[in-house]
Structure formats: structure tokens, C-alpha cells
Design a protein around this ligand. Structure first.
Ligand code: ZN
Length: 427
């Protein structure tokens, strides 16, 4: 039996280090910095001392969205930009601004649902807290820090079946989905530990092995032949990882940008799960603003391109291509009837091109031909997906970005089972 590919473990590391969009951007930034990409800022001017042909760069917005790109040595203004777009966020429970709650002796945490989660899967699991905090360093100076509590500190227990005999579990999201964090009494009686006590204290007896010794890490390789990846947030950290990795790999050979006339770019957005409309979501000016500034970037010899810079942006848009990379649905053996009979993507049988006549996906035939050609050259199998006419269809950042910029776009993604669940695995 062949061991799982190295890239599978790299993906697991990426997902396990990225519980929130902030962490995902931090993890991606680390990968890019290691691969000699330079961090630039939107607030600075991008003159030829900042960005030049042959260079590799990245920027972030709100620390939760990221754009990375590499400029070809042969770049001139108005040339094409090859893009991959993905998203960094996943459905989750967000702590409310005022989260403190107590009821019947329990300490509880008020949460908001973020995105369209499969909320019943969040019950009876170890949950924890992660995110970012802004710390005041000194007067007028704040610093961002990422936080991640690695031990399970909250849980949402379901009601005992004895008290609640029903086949459909459809929890009330406001009243029944409030995580329990502890007991009120424990907090009131909690002794403040003195140094004296601490010194005397022997290591506390633990009847069970430590939590991290008893539990699998969040994501893992699984299946009888190690053919699966068990993980939450595959939508869409899998495609975020693939996009970042693809860009890094494509410029690994220093010669790879020598003959390149265009720019290779990957954009990973926050807020896809709630519609993308925010200052740094896919429906913001983030990508158009970056593309406009890149489109007028002078070439290596300072040439201004064959046309004036006034139209370079529109020329670039007309010549560019965007792959909107978001996960796709693999056929579920227990619900095969929910899938269109001739469009049932299989696990490990190739990347899925997503098509929808009602434009929930931006894929069109020129895009399919182009991606098919790429697949042929690199021997990557492809599959096709459409939903049944009587089924709702998901959507993603592809249609809105292509509408906003008029760039040729194709929606694709790796096939997965379920989506928006808490975690596939946690024993
Ligand atoms: Zn997604």
C-alpha cells in the first residue's frame, strides 16, 4: 500500500494551523515568506522600487484576506494576469460582543452562527476558541495577536433522547445552541492560587491520559487504505492551500519567470460564507484595486506598453483568466438520488468543473477548453458537475468576480463529502 502523498500531509498541517481566517492568512503568509515572497502594503505607493518584473509579492487586508502574485520578467502594462481565487472562512460559531450568560448554575457563552453550518453536527463535540485580539502596547499603539486555545473548553450537549424522542433534530439556534463553559459555583469558589500553594503542589493526578494524547489532531488521513482526508474546513482551506502552493511551486525554479509576459496571482478572501460583501470580501474592491495598480506596472526596461496606461487596466482584464477555486460535492453513496445521474463526481477521480446555466457558477465553454488543455498537459483528470433541476445550487466568488471585472472565469474545486460541518473526525 502506497503511503499518502506528501501534499496530503502538507494540507493537513495547513488546515490544523488555520482554525480561523486570520490563522489561515498567517499560515499562508508564512509559506509565502519561506518561498521568498516579499510583503507589500496597499497603503504604500507601488513604484518600480517596490514592485518590479521578476519579483514575488503578497499583501493582506484585515489580516483575513490575502493576495499573492509573481510578475513575469517580460511583463509590460496591459498584459494578462492568471488568477486563482479562493476563500479563507468557514461556517462557525462566533462569540457575541456580550457573551456572558448564566442559567441554572451553568456558565454559558452567547454565540452567533456564521454562515450556513450543519449546526446539529456542532453538538456533543469538544469545542474551543480561536481568533484575533488587538492588544494595546502603549498609548495610541495597538498590536494584533492571534489566539488559539488548544484545550476543549466548551461543549453544546444535546438533550438526552429519553426526554426528547423525535427523528428530526432541528435545534433552535438562539435557545438550544448555547455552548456551556463551566459551572457558576466553580467560578465563585475558585481559590486564587498563591505562590506558596503552587510550590507545594505536586503534579496533579490525572485518571486519564492528557487530552492531546487521547485525541487525534483535528485533521487526519483516514480510510481503510488511507484514501481519505478527514477534516473540517476543507471548504475552503483545501483550495486556499492548493492556490498558495500552486503559486509557490510555479515560481520555485528561478528561471520560471524569465519568459513570462504576465503575472501569476492567487487571491484568498474572507467572508465568502456570508455573501462576500465587506471591505475585504470578494465583493469588495480588493482584487480590482490590486489588478488596476498591477496593470500599469512598468515593464523591466521601463516601457509603457504598446498603448497608453489609460487603458492598460481594461486590456489586462480582457486578457486575464480567473479560476474560482472552491470545493465541490462528491457523490454521497447514501443520497445518490440527490445528484444528477450523469454528473456524480467521485473521490480521487479528479478536479471538478462546476457548471450552472443559471450562472450560480461562472464556467463557460472557452474556460472549459482552457482548463481541459491544462489538465491534458499535466495529466490531471477532470470531472463535470451540474445540480439536478429540482435541487438548490450552491454558489461562490466566481460569478461575482467575473461580473465585477469582466474577466473570463471558471469555477472548479476538489470533491468532498458533506460541508459546513463541525469536524468530520474527533473521537
Ligand atoms: Zn466554499
Amino acid at each position: 500500500m502506497a503511503p499518502p502523498p506528501k501534499s496530503a500531509h502538507e494540507l493537513l498541517d495547513f488546515i490544523n494551523s488555520s482554525p480561523t481566517p486570520y490563522h489561515a492568512v498567517q499560515t499562508a503568509s508564512h509559506l509565502l515568506t519561506t518561498a521568498s515572497f516579499t510583503r507589500i502594503h496597499e497603503r504604500s505607493p507601488w513604484d518600480s522600487t517596490t514592485i518590479h518584473p521578476g519579483g514575488k509579492y503578497f499583501l493582506t487586508r484585515n489580516a483575513s484576506s490575502l493576495i499573492a502574485f509573481a510578475v513575469g520578467h517580460q511583463w509590460t502594462p496591459g498584459n494578462p494576469i492568471a488568477m486563482i481565487g479562493a476563500h479563507t472562512d468557514s461556517p462557525c460559531l462566533r462569540i457575541k460582543p456580550v457573551s456572558k450568560r448564566t442559567a441554572n448554575g451553568y456558565l454559558q457563552i452567547g454565540v452567533e452562527t456564521y454562515g450556513g453550518g450543519i449546526w446539529h453536527s456542532w453538538f456533543d463535540r469538544d469545542l474551543s476558541v480561536a481568533g484575533r485580539v488587538l492588544v494595546k502596547i502603549k498609548e495610541g499603539e495597538f498590536e494584533q495577536r492571534l489566539v488559539r486555545v488548544t484545550k476543549p473548553i466548551v461543549r453544546i450537549p444535546s438533550l438526552a433522547i429519553h426526554l426528547h424522542r423525535q427523528s428530526n433534530f432541528d435545534p433552535n439556534k438562539e435557545e438550544e445552541m448555547v455552548p456551556i463553559a463551566g459551572l457558576v459555583e466553580e467560578v465563585l469558589n475558585k481559590k486564587t492560587e498563591t505562590t506558596e500553594e503552587k510550590g507545594e503542589e505536586e503534579e496533579e493526578f490525572e485518571p486519564l491520559k492528557k487530552i492531546d494524547e487521547r485525541h487525534h489532531p483535528e485533521s487526519s488521513v483516514g480510510g481503510i487504505n488511507d484514501e481519505f482526508i478527514y477534516s473540517g474546513r476543507l471548504d475552503n482551506l483545501d483550495m486556499t492551500f492548493c492556490g498558495i502552493k500552486a503559486l509557490i511551486e510555479s515560481v520555485k525554479d528561478p528561471k520560471s519567470l524569465e519568459g513570462e509576459k504576465g503575472i501569476r496571482l492567487v487571491a484568498c478572501f474572507d467572508h465568502e460564507e456570508i455573501g462576500s460583501l465587506s471591505a475585504h470580501g470578494a465583493d469588495s474592491n480588493m482584487l480590482p484595486a490590486v489588478l488596476r495598480r498591477l496593470s500599469v506596472l512598468p515593464g523591466a526596461k521601463g516601457e509603457k506598453g504598446e498603448n497608453s496606461n489609460e487603458t492598460a487596466f481594461e486590456q489586462t482584464l480582457a486578457k486575464s483568466f480567473l479560476i474560482s477555486a472552491d470545493m465541490a460535492h462528491a457523490v454521497h453513496p447514501n443520497y445518490a438520488g440527490k445528484y444528477e445521474r450523469n454528473h456524480q463526481p467521485q473521490m480521487n477521480k479528479g478536479v471538478v468543473i462546476k457548471i450552472n446555466a443559471n450562472q450560480r457558477y461562472a464556467t463557460n465553454s472557452p474556460g472549459i477548453v482552457l482548463v481541459q488543455e491544462c489538465g491534458r498537459r499535466k495529466k490531471v483528470p477532470l470531472q463535470l458537475f451540474v445540480v439536478k433541476n429540482d435541487s438548490p445550487c450552491g454558489s461562490t466568488i466566481g460569478p461575482m468576480l467575473s461580473a465585477k471585472m469582466g474577466v473570463r472565469t471558471l469555477d472548479l474545486g476538489n470533491p468532498q463529502l458533506t460541508a459546513h460541518e463541525a469536524q468530520v473526525l474527533f473521537t
